[in-house]
Design a protein around this ligand. Structure first.
Ligand code: UDX
Length: 429
């Protein structure tokens, strides 16, 4: 199929690459000239395992093209995916200006029947909005349909998630239109839900908000565990073995960050309010998440007292492992607090340090975890990178000023730590 993907952010770029890999001809459009120039040279704007190879392979096989010309993309394609950014406004509402702009441009160049598909995470009702904009502004008397096809990929496993999704959701105005998308996805052989447009739009927000709720729930349980000498890992395991609950997204820690959960929970709360519904449960989920850094700071200062002049070795900066993304990362909040208190921050992250340098150029950036730990008063674990789990702890202990660990992601077993002579503080244990 000839497909145009507008927006080469996380979702657009991965979707474009995977569709090309499945044998389709893809034109990826982005208004950022530098990004397009780089992509045409095979330089990726993001770090994502497997993406660069896939993009390069499909470019050289002439199935994947990058351009700034939306006209070119729209005219040559039967399916047009909108995958532009939908950032939050200050009040939590979703900013749809990029979606509206793209809908206007599609209207300008639409030359034949097209299916326009919203892949960006957009509030319920956006499908209608896109239909109205294109319908009012189209220059030629041609038909089109608007579909909602939300994306559920996670950063760090984006390619795998796109090739093997738990489900594919297609919100279409008619069965005939849905069949076209079904044809595109059929090679993946995954469960597909065909539904109406508003339901598909709601599925995305409801799913992300539910997962965020699981995380905040277990974090609230962790706080109780700390008071009653229980271990939240054991509690989560015992809960997760109940198949009605499931083990995923019950990892207590510093809470959720990234480009989706914080923004999508706020957006759904806002949508509910718009329709006169007070989604108090979701408000509390957000409040619990926002309190995680305070809680961790309380633990650190409770043990260390005044942080002024203390050397803190922060391991991990990215909002989660296998990405260099710092959006809504808990590390940034913590760095801000540590610096305000006068602490010296040494840090190491396998891939996110370059991004962090742009925000905090004056931290001590280290070559590896051992360099960060050298002469540190405490080791502070922020992101659960695999390599941190496998550190030589005896070596770490020998080079630190004192063997003190604050583990914001519960990557270590406190008993092992104690056996090695560390003073250990996890979350909820
Ligand atoms: C999420 C959704 O999972 C994905 O379906 C959607 O398309 C985009 O948003 P992503 O933000 O990439 O994906 O990461 P995810 O792995 O879901 O983690 C989100 C945040 O929750 C991270 O900060 C992570 O550290 C945190 N988290 C996750 C927890 O604190 N505990 C958990 O048990 C799981």
């Amino acid at each position: 199929m000839n497909i145009c993907v507008i927006g080469t952010g996380y979702v657009g770029l991965v979707t474009g690459a995977v569709f090309a890999d499945l044998g389709n001809e893809i034109i990826c459009v982005d208004s950022n000239e530098e990004k397009v120039r780089n992509l045409n040279k095979g330089v990726m704007p993001i770090y994502e395992p497997g993406l660069e190879e896939m993009v390069r392979r499909n470019m050289s096989d002439k199935r994947l093209f990058f351009t700034t010309s939306i006209q070119n993309g729209v005219e040559k394609s039967e399916l047009i995916f909108i995958a532009v950014g939908t950032p939050p406004k200050d009040n939590g509402e979703t900013d749809l200006s990029q979606v509206k702009q793209v809908a206007g441009e599609i209207a300008e160049y639409i030359n034949d029947y097209k299916i326009i598909i919203n892949k960006s995470t957009v509030p319920v009702g956006t499908g209608n909005l896109v239909r109205e904009i294109v319908g009012k502004n189209k220059q030629k008397q041609v038909d089109f349909d608007v579909v909602s096809n939300p994306e559920f990929l996670r950063e760090g496993s984006a390619i795998k998630d796109t090739l093997h999704p738990d489900r594919i959701v297609i919100g279409a105005p008619s069965h005939k239109v849905a069949m076209k998308l079904l044809e595109l996805y059929s090679t993946l052989e995954r469960p597909m839900l065909i539904t109406d447009v508003p339901s598909a739009e709601m599925i995305k927000y409801a799913s992300n908000s539910f997962l965020a709720t699981k995380i905040s729930f277990i974090n609230a349980i962790a706080d109780i565990c700390e008071k009653v000498d229980a271990d939240v890992l054991q509690v989560a395991k015992g809960m997760g073995w109940d198949s009605r609950i499931g083990p995923d997204f019950l990892q207590a820690g510093l809470g959720y960050g990234g480009s989706c959960f914080p923004k999508d929970t706020e957006s759904l709360f806002h949508t509910a309010a718009k329709y006169g519904i007070d989604f108090g449960l979701l408000r509390e989920v957000i409040t619990i998440n926002e309190g995680r850094v305070d809680h961790f700071m309380g633990t650190i200062e409770g043990r260390m007292g005044d942080l002024s002049g203390k050397v803190l070795a922060m391991l991990g900066l990215a909002f989660k492992p296998d990405t260099d993304d710092l959006r809504e990362a808990k590390s940034l909040e913590l760095i801000e607090r540590f610096l305000k208190k006068g602490a010296v921050v040494k840090t190491y992250d396998p891939v996110a340090m370059e991004n962090c340098k742009r925000v905090y150029p004056n931290l001590i950036y280290c070559e590896n975890p051992y360099e960060a730990a050298k002469d540190a008063d405490a080791l502070v674990i922020i992101t659960e990178w695999r390599e941190f789990k496998l550190l030589n702890l005896e070596r770490i202990k020998a080079i630190m000023k004192q063997p003190l660990v604050f583990d914001g992601r519960n990557i270590y077993d406190p008993r092992v730590k104690k056996k090695l002579g560390f003073e250990y503080y996890g979350i909820g244990r």
